[in-house]
Design a protein around this ligand. Sequence first.
Ligand code: ADP
Ligand code: MG
Length: 315
Amino acid sequence: MNEFDLINTYFRVDTRSTELGVGDDAAIIRPTPGMETYVAVDTLINGVHFPKRSPAASVGYRALAVNLSDLAAMGATPRWATIALSLPELDHRWVADFIEGFQRLADEYGIDLIGGDTTKGPLSVTVQAMGEAPRDTRLVRSAGQPGDDIYLTGSVGDAAAGLRLLKSQGGAENDHQQYLVDRFLWPTPRLGACGNLRAFANAVIDVSDGLLADISHIANASNLKAVVEKNRLPRSEALTQEFSDDDAFEFALCGGDDYELVFSAPTAARAHLKSADCTRIGILEPGSGIELLADGLPIAMPAQLGYEHGVDSPS
Ligand code: ADP
Ligand code: MG
């Protein structure tokens, strides 16, 4: 089977809202009148952004999920995606599993795979996702206001803990560990988190590099200081059961790959957000940088705020 058979077999898929999908020199999409188009792209490299010999389905799923997380952080609805795939060899089984993982998530959100590129080279995947949102209501990192509360969806630290388990023992040995590993292999993009973020959030970002690193981006972009209360951080039962307090906090504060959302919102939104799946973890105030508190008292920041990619040594 050559590259063209591969494309026709695996990448030529049904589309819903596309004029022309896979098969020609370029795709033609049909943006919805009155909406703006949002574009995000991310590359996952074997041994850097996922462990070598990761399940192919997970690689396909994550390559889309990380981009959907970016669109979620902008409050956009995903519609289309392209895949640029570099493969060391035309490994059928791998590509079949890869596209199954990708399409599982694409189908969940009604996203059309509309094109891509397939080349021979070290294993890496670049997915570009495009989405839409109404004009005049953008959600950006720089829109934090002094006095805003800082909220976090879900819990943090699980994916970094799962990655640690994958690296140290190759997988899970009990249900809690499986939960953590799954949080790394199959992250859930927080599309539609807390209802319509546009209705009440000011600044938004997704947690891809590490909670403190990503909150710093909001603080810097908004020209404000972020103050985060460590003991308010939601951590899963699996995380706290399987790891020491120190490790669990390090994963929660600095671990990447959870793909939760962090957003700031005025105190007026507290009543509304009480019943949402998010936790108030800090505030934005005049100043710059980020400060960490434990029960209200300032504590030292971790030496490194975020996660540095490098899960395997390159070889
Ligand atoms: P070209 O030479 O014009 O770049 P290709 O042979 O690379 O064409 O691709 C043929 C068609 O298959 C194009 O429509 C392209 O978008 C699609 N395609 C190639 N690789 C992928 C992929 N990995 N995922 C989705 N579509 C792909
Ligand atoms: Mg091409």
